[in-house]
Design a protein around this ligand. Structure first.
Ligand code: TRP
Length: 337
C-alpha cells in the first residue's frame, strides 16, 4: 500500500443483516475498485448505527456480518484498511471538536436528519441523530481523505465536511484535507424492482423489490423474474417511459461490464422474459459465491476479529496523529507522560 496514493475513506452502517444490490452497485463496488488506486480506509460505522435504536445482540452480529460481507465483496485487508469505527476512539473525540465549530442552523439544514427524524416522530429523534453528520465529518477528516465514495444521498454531508474543514483551517491553521465526494453517476441509483420510481432500499414497501445479497439464489431468481416492466415489450433504455426495464438494464450492465447499447442490440426483437432469465442467471452467479465467502468468514469469527483488530491498529496510527495535531491547534494542554 503506497502512501503516496490519494486517500479514500468510506463507512457503511451495520444496520441491516444482508447488504442489498443497491448498496453493492452504488457503493461497495467502488470501494473494491479504489483499493487499486488509493490508500483506502473502510469502516463499519457502529457509532452511527446507535443514532437509531439497536438491539445490542443484533448490533454485534450485524457488525461482524457487515465486515464479512465487505470482505466477501472483495475488500482485501492487504490492500486496504478495514476496521470498526468504535475500535478507534478518535472518531468520537474529533466528533466533539467538530460539534463545537458547527452552527446549530447549519446542522438543522441536513436533509437526512429531517427525513429520518420525521420518520421516527419529531420528538423521538435523539441529539445523536442530529449530530450524525458531524460525526461523519470527523470520520473523514481524521484520515485526511481526498476522496469519499458514497451514494448521491450523502453529497450534503461531504459538503458539510468541506465547510467544517475549511473553517477549522482558517481559524486554527492548516490541519485538514478538503475531501471530494466520489459518486459514480451511472450506478449511483438502483431502483426498487416492484416500484422503479423509488431507490432500492431496505425500507421499501415490498420485500419483492429488494435484492438481498444473502438471499437464497432461488429467491433472487424469482424476484428478478417478477420485476415490474411495462406493456411495450421492447428492450430499450428509457428511464422516463420505461423505468423498470431501464433498471434491469442498468443492473445487467453494471454486473457484466457490457454496455447498455450493446445489451439493447443483443435483445432486439426479444421479449422481457429472455432478459429476465439471463439477468437472473447473472445474479445467481454473482450471489452464490458471495454468500459462500461471507459464510466462511462468519464460521471463523476469530480470524475475522483479528483481521479487524489489525485494521483498527492501522487506522489508529493515522487517526491519533490527526487528533493530536487538532488538540494542539485548539490550545489543549498536553497530558504529561
Ligand atoms: N452516512 C453514511 C451513510 O449513511 C455512512 C458513513 C458514516 C460514512 N461515516 C462515513 C460514509 C464516512 C462516508 C464517509 O451511508
Amino acid at each position: 500500500m503506497a502512501s503516496d496514493r490519494p486517500r479514500a475513506l468510506s463507512g457503511i452502517q451495520p444496520t441491516s443483516g444482508s447488504f442489498h444490490l443497491g448498496n453493492y452497485l452504488g457503493a461497495i463496488r467502488q470501494y473494491v475498485a479504489l483499493q487499486e488506486t488509493h490508500d483506502a480506509f473502510y469502516m463499519v460505522v457502529d457509532l452511527h448505527a446507535i443514532t437509531m435504536p439497536q438491539d445490542p445482540k443484533d448490533l454485534r452480529a450485524n457488525t461482524r456480518l457487515s465486515a464479512a460481507q465487505l470482505l466477501a465483496a472483495g475488500l482485501d485487508p492487504e490492500r486496504c484498511t478495514l476496521f470498526i469505527q468504535s475500535h478507534v476512539p478518535e472518531h468520537a473525540q474529533l466528533g466533539w471538536v467538530m460539534n463545537c465549530i458547527t452552527g446549530f442552523g447549519e446542522a438543522s439544514r441536513m436533509t437526512q436528519f429531517k427525513d429520518k427524524s420525521a420518520k421516527s416522530g419529531a420528538n423521538n429523534a435523539t441529539v445523536g441523530l442530529f449530530t450524525y453528520p458531524i460525526l461523519q465529518v470527523a470520520d473523514i477528516l481524521l484520515y485526511q481523505a481526498d476522496s469519499v465514495p458514497v451514494g448521491e444521498d450523502q453529497r450534503q454531508h461531504i459538503e458539510l465536511t468541506r465547510d467544517l474543514a475549511e473553517r477549522f483551517n482558517q481559524r486554527f491553521g492548516d490541519t485538514f484535507t478538503l475531501p471530494a465526494a466520489h459518486i459514480v453517476k451511472e450506478v449511483a441509483k438502483i431502483y426498487d424492482l416492484q416500484d422503479p420510481a423509488i431507490k432500492m432500499s431496505k425500507s421499501a414497501s415490498s420485500p419483492k423489490g429488494l435484492i438481498n445479497l444473502l438471499d437464497e439464489p432461488k429467491v433472487t431468481e424469482k424476484k428478478i423474474k417478477s420485476a415490474v416492466t411495462d406493456t411495450e415489450a421492447v428492450i430499450r433504455f428509457d428511464t422516463e417511459n420505461k423505468p423498470g426495464v431501464s433498471n434491469l438494464l442498468t443492473i445487467y450492465s453494471t454486473l457484466t461490464g457490457e454496455s447498455i447499447p450493446a445489451l439493447e442490440a443483443a435483445y432486439e426483437g426479444k421479449g422481457y422474459g429472455a432478459l429476465k432469465t439471463d439477468l437472473a442467471g447473472v445474479m445467481v452467479d454473482f450471489v452464490t459465491p458471495f454468500k459462500q465467502r461471507t459464510q466462511e468468514y462468519l464460521d471463523d469469527p476469530e480470524t475475522l476479529d483479528s483481521l479487524l483488530a489489525k485494521g483498527a491498529e492501522k487506522a489508529r496510527a493515522v487517526a491519533a496523529e490527526t487528533l493530536a495535531q487538532t488538540y494542539d491547534r485548539l490550545g489543549f494542554l498536553p497530558a504529561k507522560h
